[in-house]
Design a binder for this molecule. Structure first.
Ligand SMILES: CC(C)(COP(=O)(O)OP(=O)(O)OC[C@H]1O[C@@H](n2cnc3c(N)ncnc32)[C@H](O)[C@@H]1OP(=O)(O)O)[C@@H](O)C(=O)NCCC(=O)NCCS
Length: 194
């Protein structure tokens, strides 16, 4: 697909900030994408508790009320198909002292992956962070998440090292990626219609 051809565009995909009314849908969408990605050998009790803790409707309402959190959703015909969650002002020792924001989640529903939706949300997260005065966007991805590692490498994020994510005394190694928001963005394609 070449960039910018009118028939490459997906006018039915809309990008907008999430509102409190989206909380129940975010609950279902986040749970589905999380389990598709990480529950590849069935579901353990700890994983079920993690879903309940982070992805309940009340948890999303709490996230949406935090002033430093920005959640964007991609919508198609009244259905949410993807979302991103940005944490403004979040620092990490591997990132240094520059004012930074963390992309804490980027979730695209499986039927909509590989159509440019992740890239669309990443572009928006970078634009929001930049407009709020942050110089760096960083994120972490689990070492076993080959899709995410390939995606961020393709987006020219730099790997700065490893960091552990802990839940209920279990540790999961993540790679930390970062990008300077002053670097020009390479040309890219528009999202593809389904
Ligand atoms: C990782 C994720 C966000 C990527 O979103 P996406 O919408 O599929 O990505 P895009 O279509 O915008 O991809 C842009 C480019 O990144 C690269 N890319 C994306 N997925 C890839 C994969 N599975 N393997 C190799 N390259 C990939 C490709 O170069 C792609 O362009 P191309 O398909 O035209 O060659 C998506 O797969 C996802 O939501 N996964 C489940 C949740 C998750 O792991 N989130 C990230 C960790 S929080």
């Amino acid at each position: 697909m070449s960039a910018g051809r009118p028939d490459d565009r997906a006018p039915d995909l809309g990008l907008r900030p999430a509102t409190a009314a989206d909380a129940p849908v975010l609950c279902a969408l986040a749970t589905q994408v999380f389990l598709d990605t990480y529950a590849t050998e069935g579901i353990r009790p700890a994983m079920a508790r993690e879903v309940e803790q982070h992805f309940s409707t009340s948890a999303w309402l709490a996230e949406l009320a935090r002033p430093e959190v920005r959640i964007e959703v991609v919508e198609r015909a009244g259905h949410l198909v993807a979302f991103s969650q940005l944490l403004l002002g979040e620092r990490h020792p591997l990132v240094g002292n520059a004012p930074a924001a963390e992309l804490s989640r980027l979730y695209v529903q499986a039927p909509f992956q590989r159509r440019g939706v992740g890239r669309l949300l990443l572009d928006r997260a970078e634009a929001v962070a930049r407009s709020e005065g942050f110089a760096t966007l960083w994120l972490t991805a689990w070492v076993g998440n080959a899709r995410a590692l390939a995606f961020y490498r393709r987006q020219r994020y730099r790997e700065l090292g490893s960091t552990d994510y802990e839940f209920e005394n279990e540790r999961f190694e993540n790679r930390l990626f970062a990008r300077s928001l002053s670097e020009p963005r390479p040309l890219h394609n528009s999202p593809r219609a389904g």
